[in-house]
Design a protein around this ligand. Structure first.
Ligand code: IPE
Ligand code: IPE
Ligand code: MG
Length: 254
């Protein structure tokens, strides 16, 4: 299914969000609370990823996008960056086969050129192995930045459509890193911070935002259900009035 801009038409949406995007934050604080090194929090974070992928597949979520490493995270101490890379590599080596067996399609979005050749190879192999799976599309955002995404999309678009004044909004979407997915219905950030931290800037234009104090290693099926319950209570208006939406619903039933 192709991407559509939710700023143009109201996308169909039911009780379960089709696309959930998560900023997995709070690993460091989870570890500090236990007097453990930060990497222990990141390791537990991988377990939370497993639980969340499973829960999303069970609930019929079609797309799950996880922010694993931002383009700004290179600013962390070299030792933490190195350990995160090791963990990413180990997760790719150990999890891809299991994901494949569960019918999950893996995508990695971001500027992967900065990763070690071994990691890039694992990404390519994992994406190729799982390319035909349709139960759930798991996108891992790694060395991803929302501004990078908009700029790389624009520069590719300009190569084919050099007249800048003829560029319209919907022409950019096919060039964005996640052109294969609809825009996120639900955005979740764990760890208590209420900011977007350069995640999917373009695509979050009309997503429902949900912030929770739960630290990422403690996230799982129950916390996901709380977020989905909150999503269900929202009225997505996309600029329209509540009355317009109710009229449209009545017309649908009639
Ligand atoms: C999120 O947890 C994981 C990454 C950014 C890689 P943090 O490491 O940011 O955890 P806190 O925010 O320090 O608790
Ligand atoms: C955002 O978390 C990036 C990821 C979860 C990968 P950060 O912990 O890096 O965000 P800031 O720096 O506190 O905004
Ligand atoms: Mg953080």
């Amino acid at each position: 299914m192709s991407q559509q801009s939710s700023t143009r038409q109201v996308p169909e949406h039911g009780d379960v969000p089709r696309h959930i995007a998560i900023i997995m934050d709070g690993n460091g604080r989870w570890a500090r609370n236990r007097r453990l090194p930060r990497i222990a929090g990141h390791r537990r974070g991988v377990e939370a990823v497993r639980a969340t992928v499973r829960a999303c597949a069970e609930r019929g979520v079609e797309y799950l996008t996880l922010f694993a490493f931002s383009s700004e995270n290179w600013r962390r101490p070299a030792e933490e960056v190195a350990l995160l890379m090791q963990l990413f590599q180990a997760a790719l080596s150990n999890e891809v086969e299991k994901l494949h067996r569960s019918g999950v399609r893996l995508k990695v979005v971001g500027d992967t050129r900065r990763f070690a050749p071994k990691i890039r190879r694992l990404i390519e192999e994992g994406e190729r192995l799982t390319a035909e799976n349709r139960r759930l599309t798991l996108s891992v955002a790694a060395n991803y930045g929302g501004r990078w995404d908009i700029l790389q999309a624009l520069s590719r678009l300009l190569k084919e459509q050099p007249a800048l004044d003829e560029i319209r909004e919907e022409m950019l979407s096919p060039y964005l890193a996640m052109s294969y997915a609809p825009e996120p219905d639900l955005f979740i950030r764990t760890g208590g911070e209420q900011r977007v931290s350069n995640f999917l800037l373009w695509q979050l234009a009309y997503s429902e935002l949900y912030f929770t104090e739960t630290l990422w290693p403690d996230f799982g099926a129950a916390a996901l259900d709380d977020a989905i319950a909150s999503y269900r209570r929202r009225e997505r208006r996309f600029g329209r009035t509540s009355e317009q939406l109710q009229d449209a619903k009545r017309a649908e039933v009639a």
